[in-house]
Ligand binder design. Sequence first.
Ligand code: BGC
Length: 788
Amino acid sequence: MKKIKLCLMLAGTFLGSGLHMSVFAQVKLSATNIDEIVQTMTLEEKCHLVLGCGMHFNDEAKFPGTAGSTYAIARLGIPETYCADSQQGLRMDHHRDWDHRDYYPTDFVASMTLASTWDREAAYKVGQGIGNEVKEFGLDWILSPSMNLIRDALCGRNHEYYSEDPYLSGMIAAGYVNGVQSEGTAACPKHFIANNQETNRSNNISQMSQRALREIYLKAFEIMVKESNPWTIMTSYNKLNGPYAVQNHELLTTIVRDEWGWKGMYVSDWGGGDNAVAAMQAGNDMLQPGSDMQYQTILAAAKNGQLSMEVLDANVKRILEYVVKTHNFRGYAYTNTPDLKAHAQVVREVGADGIVLLKNGRSSSASEGGEKLLPLKGKRVALFGCTSYDWISGGSGFGGTTVGHYTVSLVEGMRSAGYEVCKPLIGIYKKHIAGEQKRLYPNGRPQFSLMPPARAEEKLFSNEELASAIDGSDVAIISLGRKSGEAADRSEADFYLKDGEKALIKQISEAYHAQGKQVVVLLDICSPIDVASWQDQVDALVCTWQGGQESGFAVADVLSGKVTPSGKLPMTFQIKYGDAYADKNFPSNVDDKTLGAMFMWGRNKDDAKKREPQKNIDFTNYEEDIYVGYRYFDSFDKPVAYPFGFGLSYTSFDYGNMRVSEKNGIFTIKVDVKNTGDYAGRNVVELFVAAPDSKKANKPAKELRNFAKTRLLQPGENETVTMTVSTADLASFNEKLSAWKTDAGLYTFMICSSASDVEAKATAKVKAYTHKVNNVLKPNVKLNLLHR
Ligand code: BGC
């Protein structure tokens, strides 16, 4: 009895000193003792756990070239866990100095391509493939999907994002997250929130109405959270209506945890924010990649009571809840040999399904009429444009692809589909591109750069060269390319064709047409570009986007007709830059010097505090309000080059027998989709809904509320597509009431083939609905908001 008493006394003494567990540690972390572990951790251990362990760039790291890891505490059975970018595939060095093997993960498709499939299953398959590779290569946590809303065509990271529409973004992201987590790998949707520009990304304040925030920017994440429950979320670099997102309690805790009920772990973007303690207090559990200064700051704040133990313990607990789910915690014996062949097949299929056919036949208007050029009839093709020989498989930056093992070229893709590729052009372009590389990089290309590499100027042809190409081919294919990525936005000039590109299109089109032959243009792009000013010169236009390592095969599958295109645009193609209302408040013309000074993380934070805030750099006013993308063009009757949701097929579809029924506030919409053409194909069915008196109520003319994709339908085959929408889904955000509100009335449900093409419609009475939420995140400036 005496002995027990003595032990208890001793334990009490040690407990007070904070050293207790180094002496008495027995207990090891398990899924059921997290609270106990939190209580037994020392303060120092807690302060370490909330910080990352640096970036793993060097060769000594276990997984060189990856983004980081979490802190290990061996005595408590807390292992190090490992994370890596990105949404297009596992980013790590393929070579390790101390290892004879190669480590090549799959280069999956760009997010833009994935979103263009409008296929939740495709998103799941890509997520599953990436989740599986993370697991089999020994890591735990993939820092994706990137899912910021596409607010402007020039955002540098658009290729990483999904759509201008929150519903499409949220659903594709959810499919991806569910796929990743089905492998036991943690997903990390990012960048939360409103990181819609790269210029000065670490200091810029996104200033918007509560309504735009709720209906557009938060909505995408809300849908994703509710549909897929990600284990982690990454907060963004920028500020929102005042504070940094990473230090914003109303955002991270009041809305996401309290209102949405999300229980996962937040991690900062790498180096985000300027106050580690405020981040902890806001509910941002982990700061990456972590620094000694942050450690000292958090420790001091915890000691002097500025950071309460309750808050720190809650952060620690959520981190441990993540840790116990990881592969490394479970001791998974990884193989380093994921099924790369199977994943390559997914890349090819999804890559082809994400291709959008914009124009097919010279006299064709956007949709019908005129002779179709595609699928290609002739078997001899001439490939023009540097991009045809230097294909871009994805964007640049941490979220891009620079680690892919290979990219199937267009030449290889076309040849494997049975085409004869005009040989003299291959030689001409090889020489031209090599010359351009020398001109652009006299000292050789830098080994690693986050910036997209400079691209070769186009070459024009002599009469002889042209005559021989025309003679040796049935059709000309011109590829145009754009690459962008993290840390810098595209400029307005990048939206338009360069002089060389315009001259090439003119030269090739005139020469081929003079011989009665036709021209296809492929858009290997990262975000919309101008097509309106030149597309009349060519016969077919195919937006291939960026399809990862199997790009050449996917493009050839569509051009040859092996796959009938079924992709739809996830964002509007505007006619000119400036047409979208959001363009008025976007850093589209920042001079190179200013950009260079801000490159990567933006203005120096202390520097930024000293200067007069500059519009679109230090702050960006979202004056378009909720009128982003088609919500603007459609509601204000502005013409576009190609509307949101647009995409042609080789076959045609008929929509019949649309019916809407209602039960307990859930509307069920059914429509019979029939393949009425000559090719087997899949079809995306888009459900838009218009509220009564939308103009008077200052609501969009119509909004995407659901979508579905049919199976492969043979000619003549029919599928009944079913979609649901709840009364709550139809709500708008009412700032005065701080509530989601659906007005009672007659709503129009529309089956569409794009935001501008209504195929069938029906009306239904909807009852009023109100759901009150917290009155938080008000802008602290007066915004001049667009109104219908
Ligand atoms: C990017 C994140 C990325 C992180 C880690 C940051 O610069 O914004 O998307 O996950 O780096 O590499």
